[in-house]
Design a protein around this ligand. Structure first.
Ligand SMILES: [Fe+2]
Length: 400
């Protein structure tokens, strides 16, 4: 029997997702989550800001109540560095830990993943990656696992790293960020309690939300997008556009914070499986060079990359405009795409963010290096429009 339609292209869709626990008050489940992973003694990876807000001690208490002993390691800074994760790996191995629990923003979660990679020495035999430290695992598929079990507790509405198969670490020798991608990096359990977002300061709330918006838009436009990722990307765009400004105006109000936490989760599910594009490829290089906040760099670059991609992604950008709540019914696809770009530009301004790289101290002489190295980033290959060095330089200059 002939199967009708077999001559049409049918792209394969894959979708990896951890065990997800989401809701107000679910932090109390972290102890049982660690126990389900066989935890006896866990390393809690966190930072001082999260500890001051009280979330680290609450997690430690829930672990103790579940009969799990824990050790705190908080020796990392924003944009986690290669030597910091090496030190964290030392702490993990020396204390005989068996599970990693990260409590914090993307930096803490990425650091926990990198510690897991180093602790296992995964892939070392295959490619000698272990000899080069964490930088030896840069790229996709070099980590073969299995890794130590991980429980991720995000406390900002941003990185999506708690559900993704990627981690980003700063290579301090090359002053660049490396992206490591592997199925083994998908955490075992993600526990999101939106209460944690109520203690995030104004600027970090804006940065992380713009990071979420760039995850959602870049994954929706990605060459690897599928029906399984599209739905999460569009819902995340809607939620972040609707709830960021109320969250900034009323920081203690749980309702908009809960929606930002959802948008972070859904954008994370989308980009983990569809990957990203030129915004992240360029911002990783700028971040490695300058240590500026990741979400802020994305906020500035995103509208320029959308403009660059508009020539090949008009209808997808028109969908983005619809998800943003714009009245696109009487617009042509081109007009709707333009409206989406203008909305992103205005949105960052309304959130109080600078809109040029110059304003945040990026030196014009750095842009050539950034453009060159962006072409080596893992996310450049899924940008919908091919990017060469001149294109990347033009995007950087437009954003400067
Ligand atoms: Fe990001």
């Amino acid at each position: 029997m002939e199967v009708v339609g077999t001559n049409l292209p049918h792209p394969v869709a894959k979708f990896l997702v951890p065990d997800v626990i989401f809701g107000i008050g679910v932090l109390s489940e972290v102890g049982q989550a660690a126990r389900r992973q066989g935890a006896v003694h866990v390393l809690v990876v966190s930072d001082k800001g999260v500890a001051e807000a009280g979330w680290t001690s609450e997690v430690l208490r829930h672990l103790t109540e579940a009969g799990v002993s824990a050790e705190l390691w908080d020796g990392l800074t924003p944009n986690p560095k290669d030597h910091e994760v090496a030190a964290g790996c030392g702490a993990y191995l020396e204390s005989g830990c068996d599970v990693l629990v990260a409590v914090g923003g993307g930096s803490c979660i990425d650091a926990a993943k990198a510690i897991a990679v180093l602790a296992t020495g995964a892939g070392q035999n295959a490619g000698g990656a272990g000899n080069a430290g964490i930088a030896g695992y840069a790229g996709v598929g070099k980590v073969t696992g299995p890794l130590p079990p991980t429980v991720m507790v995000p406390t900002t509405g941003g990185s999506g790293s708690d559900v993704s198969q990627f981690c980003v670490v700063t290579d301090t020798e090359r002053r660049s960020k490396i992206t490591i991608g592997a199925r083994a990096l998908v955490p075992d359990i993600s526990v999101t309690d939106p209460r944690a977002l109520t203690t995030v300061p104004h600027d970090i709330t804006a940065y992380t939300a713009l990071d979420v918006l760039s995850h959602a838009i870049e994954s929706y436009l990605s060459l690897a997008a599928s029906f399984l990722t599209d739905t999460h990307a569009l819902t995340a765009i809607r939620d972040v556009c609707e709830h960021l400004l109320p969250a900034l105006d009323h920081p203690g109000d749980l309702q908009p914070r809960e929606r930002l936490a959802r948008s972070s989760l859904q954008a994370g599910l989308a980009f983990s499986n569809a990957l990203l594009g030129a915004t992240h490829a360029i911002s990783h290089q700028l971040g490695g060079l300058t240590d500026l906040p990741h979400g802020l760099l994305n906020a500035i670059l995103l509208p320029h990359v959308m403009e660059f991609n508009a020539a090949v992604a008009t209808s997808r950008l028109a969908d983005v405009a619809g998800a943003m709540g714009l009245r696109t019914g009487l617009m042509t696809p081109q007009e709707a795409a333009d409206a989406a770009i203008q909305t992103v530009r205005a949105f960052a301004g309304k959130a109080g963010l600078p809109t040029t790289l110059r304003e945040i101290g990026v030196d014009c002489s750095q842009l050539d290096h950034v453009a060159r190295s962006a072409l080596c980033d893992a996310y450049i290959v899924t940008n919908p429009r091919p990017v060469d060095e001149a294109d990347a330089r033009a995007i950087c200059q437009a954003a400067w």
